[in-house]
Design a protein around this ligand. Sequence first.
Ligand code: NAD
Length: 470
Amino acid sequence: MDGSTPDSLLIELKRLQAAQARSTLGYADRIADLKRLRAAVKSRAEDIVAATSADFGRRSRHETLLSDVMTVLHDIDYTLKNLKRWMKPRRVSTSWQFLPGRSEIRFQPVGVVGIISPWNYPVNLALMPLVAAIAAGNRAMLKPSELTPRTSELLKAMLAEVFPSDQVCVVLGGPDVAAQFSTLPFDHLFFTGSTSVGRIVMQAAAKNLTPVTLELGGKSPAIIAPDYPMTTAAARLTAGKFLNAGQTCIAPDYILAPADQISALTQALRKELSERYPSLRSSVDYTSIATDRHYLRLQQLLEEAQAGGAQIIQINPANEALDPANRIFPPTLVLNPPAQSRLMSEEIFGPILPILPYRSLDEAIAYINDHDRPLALYHFDLDSERTKRVLDSTIAGGVTINDCVLHIAQSALPFGGVGPSGIGHYHGHHGFLTFSKQKPVFYQARWSSLSLLKPPYRNFADRLIAFLTR
Ligand code: NAD
């Protein structure tokens, strides 16, 4: 439904709510739905590649297949394998005073959920929450990003084929529609996007007391220990940072490196980048910046940092002239970035990698703790004591040790931010729980011990209470 108005969106929500009230989607329905969704994504893999590439200008085919297709297929497979167990009511212990009663937790769909998604992994970030919502038996309305219009159209057409229109529907539109969307009285609103818009979404949801999951952004640090091999760190940081040209919420935003290793690290990064992207103009593996606005912003961040005294190292191995119209932004290392610059205060979200020197691990930890709690933290270290110290003394949404980004790919790990980088979790079982009401139920037995404790209270009650409060 396009050309949405607040009324038309509400009518759509009510239609889904009525369908949810009419019929509960049981285990067999959910499995069938997920299998149909899986088949649809798999059969459209090349359409997804084409649409995302057209939307970005140039988007690595392999990265689309890995990050927007494979991730979703794997998440569906993991869910198919485990859903029966997740749905089973869970028996929990009952306090002895209430025996022989018993207690259990039942998992019920919350109802109709809203999903707002961004442009950077436009299929993954729309469908992964949908998989969790479907697994938990909900109906869903999605609002994908306006900045990837072809992919959003593709999602809409694909989901209309997979699901009846009163089970899943896709609303297209920009910030206006998104703002109206977030005022709808959903049973849960799942938002992925920037921290600034996340704040607005949470305020809108608060009016309806709609619970939110906010998957937001932030500046994710990477610390390298003094004796960690710089070539290994450089290879793994290059993979995590320059995937999707740095347009990744959990990309390492900046590096904290031992002061005396900066030169070795810079060399190693230059070598890695030159080998991976020998020609920026013709390398189909190097993704462009999604829009002119984002491209311009990255340029401004760099110019401002340079004016403040930073040293800029652009890795353009073939020394090619790059037409800004193609939005190919060269991999860029930044040394000595000014502390107060936008580069060091805003999430970069592009292929610019500042490198900050530290002299002691305490200094690196203090720098991280002086800033907002990040979505991700990376620590490269072969010493387990030091690693434990970093883990214990910092708070981040998620962590990968001795690599980047890979915690997101572990189906059994919860994914989500903390503080300004997000609220709540999903992926696998955690997504199922996010979209379920965990309903606690106590079953009283034929005989209840409470029958011994009733007015008029007398001596026996005094003795019993004295015993219970001993
Ligand atoms: P964005 O916040 O600009 O937009 C995200 C979505 O919000 C879009 O669908 C947009 O239409 C919608 N929107 C815009 N204005 C709105 C409003 N007033 N009310 C409600 N919705 C509104 O984010 P973006 O630029 O598309 O994505 C980049 C940001 O997303 C980065 O900060 C990145 O870190 C973050 N991100 C986070 C994750 C995560 O999993 N934590 C994943 C990807 C991206």
